[in-house]
Design a protein around this ligand. Sequence first.
Ligand code: AMP
Ligand code: GLY
Length: 433
Amino acid sequence: MKILLIGSGGREHVIAEAIARSRRDPELYAVMSRKNPGTAGLCKEFLIADESVDSVLPYARSKGIDVAVIGPEAPLALGLADALEDEGIPCLGPRLAPAQIELDKAWARMFMRRHGISGCPAFEVFEAGDFEGAHAFIEKLGDVAVKPTGLTGGKGVKVMGDHFEIKGAKEYTSELLRTGSVVIEENLKGEEFTVQAFSDGKTLAFAPAVQDHKRAYDGDKGPNTGGMGSYTDAGNILPFMREADYEEAKAIMRDTIKSIKEDVGAYKGILYGQFMITAKGIKVIEFNARFGDPEVMNILPLLRTDFVDILSAVADETLFDLNVEFTRLATVCKYAVPAGYPENPVKDTVVEIGDIGDATFFYSSVYEQDGVVYTTGSRAIAVVGASQTIAEAEKIASHGLAGIHGDLVARSDIGTAALIDKRIRHAAEMRGS
Ligand code: AMP
Ligand code: GLY
């Protein structure tokens, strides 16, 4: 079996490792925009090129690829899954129409409303130029999150309290409405968790719940980032969750897949649901059409089922027939990021991997040149500890971090008892207990 992996980040290094563990002895190929040394080392061959249809399709043809795995969302937005599948190459990664669940936040919310999918916050979509309507709705809700609907060129979701107050929310909305449409929604308060699942369009195979840490510095301070680290417990739920929260999240994701199929066709790929436990129950923050980074680092290393069997089952729509299992261990992932990240990160500095003990690591936004690994300015190396308890996994990850050398920093509090107790108290407060 010849597998093509698209993407150059940490997510793809983790996926490459899962493929390399397969008992079916697959041949791995990759197309990546820069040379990720982790992924490169696991490939039979790779191409350094942009992750566009024009680069990937001829390469896939020339290598006789059987199945493709599309890691990031950008190539999904270019219709790469459509192009490959139309050539007879099945993909883990949805076609353009179902991928709208991530690519267009207005589409995602309208879709939830149309199908009565549970967990949708109060929201409205405003078209470019509708300043009055948007401002009136901000006044009405009083406390809002502002989301540009399409590709944003660095301008993303902003939330009142975190980024601005009501005046700032209106200003930001006006700025966005000059060029595009905007979703205004109720500002949800609570404790967040992520559930990731494989989908063949009909059946979902779920991974354990993960919690990411968006803020740059200890104590959830500082600017938002791509995610500084994440953890899982030795089971499907996190210490602040109830079994019913996980079941409800799964039911929402199942409804989503079913309704997407009715609307725009089968969703074949990874469905990532980000949820919040609020005073009014489980709410959906957003869906993504790919694994989370870092959330994938917590789950794929523990995947017991052969990844290549999953790829076959997704292609054949037989996921119902496959038992997708994860080893029951707690994990803690911590990201080593360039000093100054995310606002003024150092770039092109050398990274060296020393003794990381029992931890494992994944290369993320780094590149290799002449055998030396350099930072890009984004998150560099993910270090993962796995053990019976979160506390033990945290110790392994922290010890591992000490073995990663370079002009790098990391959060020290992710996975610690103090931070987890804070999450437990917060979730309990939300539930009014
Ligand atoms: P995104 O850029 O889409 O990943 O969203 C960034 C972050 O914004 C999410 O991780 C949430 O923490 C936050 N967020 C998104 N929507 C809401 C909402 N309706 N209420 C509160 N926070 C939100
Ligand atoms: N860690 C959040 C994401 O991958 O979108």
